[in-house]
Ligand binder design. Structure first.
Ligand SMILES: [Zn+2]
Length: 101
């Protein structure tokens, strides 16, 4: 495999990985479910992205830490859906709401 082919392969692999990483939050908005994901980058740092049913014009963000990446993408989500208030069907990781104790 040539070097540029290898690079292209890695790009595709990263895109594929970003799809299979399970979202840390899912918000059910009037536009359908919006998924928030963060995943570590090979070169260091964490990438955060938003995915949903309508075309989201958010660029993926890269931050030093997982917490920063999560915070940043959460802020983007709330800017895009200022009218959204979480209900019981939203999934928030670590939330007591989604756990049976
Ligand atoms: Zn929500």
């Amino acid at each position: 495999m040539r070097l540029d082919e290898t690079r292209e392969y890695i790009v595709h692999l990263r895109e594929a990985i970003s799809e299979i990483v399970s979202p840390f939050e899912v918000h059910h908005t009037s536009d359908g479910p919006i998924e928030l994901r963060v995943y570590p980058l090979r070169g260091g740092g964490w990438q955060a992205s938003l995915a949903g049913t309508r075309k989201l014009n958010s660029g993926a963000v890269v931050k030093e830490s997982k917490e920063e990446a999560e915070e940043c993408i959460r802020t983007q989500f709330h800017e895009m859906f200022p009218e959204h208030f979480c209900s019981d069907i939203c999934h928030i990781e670590g939330s007591s709401r989604s756990r049976v104790s």
